[in-house]
Design a binder for this molecule. Sequence first.
Ligand code: ADP
Ligand code: ADP
Length: 231
Amino acid sequence: MTDGLGGHASAERLILLLVGAVGAGKGTQASLLSRELGLVHLASGNLFRAALAAGTPLGEAAREYMEAGALVPDEVTIAMFMEELARPAADAGAILDGFPRTVGQAKALDDTLASAGERIRRVLYIEVPTDVLVRRVAGRWICPQCGTTYHEDTDPPDIPGRCDRDGTALRQRDDDRPEVVRARLDKQVPPMLAVVEHYERAGIVDRLDGTQSIEAVTNVILASMGARAAR
Ligand code: ADP
Ligand code: ADP
C-alpha cells in the first residue's frame, strides 16, 4: 500500500489525521507514531485544556464552550492548530487527533492548509465496536503531566498508578464512566463517519482494525505508510 509518501514528496511535511471514537486508541497510537516518525502529536482536547490551565487568550476564548461540553468555534480551533503547525516542533510534520470533528471543520482545514501549499497526506481511521470501546475506556489511566495513556489490563505502567516516563500519579477522566462514554459515542460517531467519508472521496483513508493489539495497529500503520519496518 505504498503511495509514494517517501522520496519525491520529501519537501512536504507529513500531516496525518488520526480518526476514531473515544477509546479507539488514538492517543496511544499517536504517542508511539510521533516517536517513530518524529512528528508532533496535536490533540485538540489536550491543547484546549492546556490553554485553559495557562489562562491564555485562546484558553479564555474556549472556556465557555468547553465548560458546556460544546465544540469551540471553528475559527478559534483552526487558528490554534495553524499556530501549533507553525512551531519548530512540527517541522517534520504532525499527527492531528480530535480535529477535524465535523465536515465543516475538515473543509476549513483543507482550505487553510491548501493556502499554505499543504494538505492532509493520510487519514488513519481506527475502527473498534462500541462495546469494546466502553470496556477500554473504563480501564484507561492518563498521565496529567505528559499525556501518556495506559490501560489497567492491556497496557499497565511498570509501577501501578505511576507514569513510566515521569513518575506522575496517573488519573482517570470523570467522563470515562460507561454510561457517559455511551452518550459521548452517540454524539461523536455520526459526525466522525461524515469526516471519514469526506476524506474517502479524496482516496486518502486507511481503515484499521483497532481490535488488534496496540503493537499490531502501530505496525499496520507504519507499513501502510511505507515507513521503515517497525522495530
Ligand atoms: P471529548 O471526547 O469529551 O470531546 P476532548 O478531550 O477531545 O474530549 O475535548 C475536550 C473539549 O475540547 C471538547 O468538549 C470541546 O469543547 C473542545 N474540543 C476538542 N476538539 C474540538 C474540535 N475539533 N472542535 C471544537 N472543539 C473541540
Ligand atoms: P482515544 O485517544 O482514541 O480515546 P486511547 O489511546 O486513550 O484512546 O485508548 C483508550 C484505552 O484503551 C487506553 O486505556 C489504552 O491503553 C487502551 N488501548 C488503546 N489501544 C488498544 C488496543 N489496540 N488494544 C487494547 N487496549 C488498547
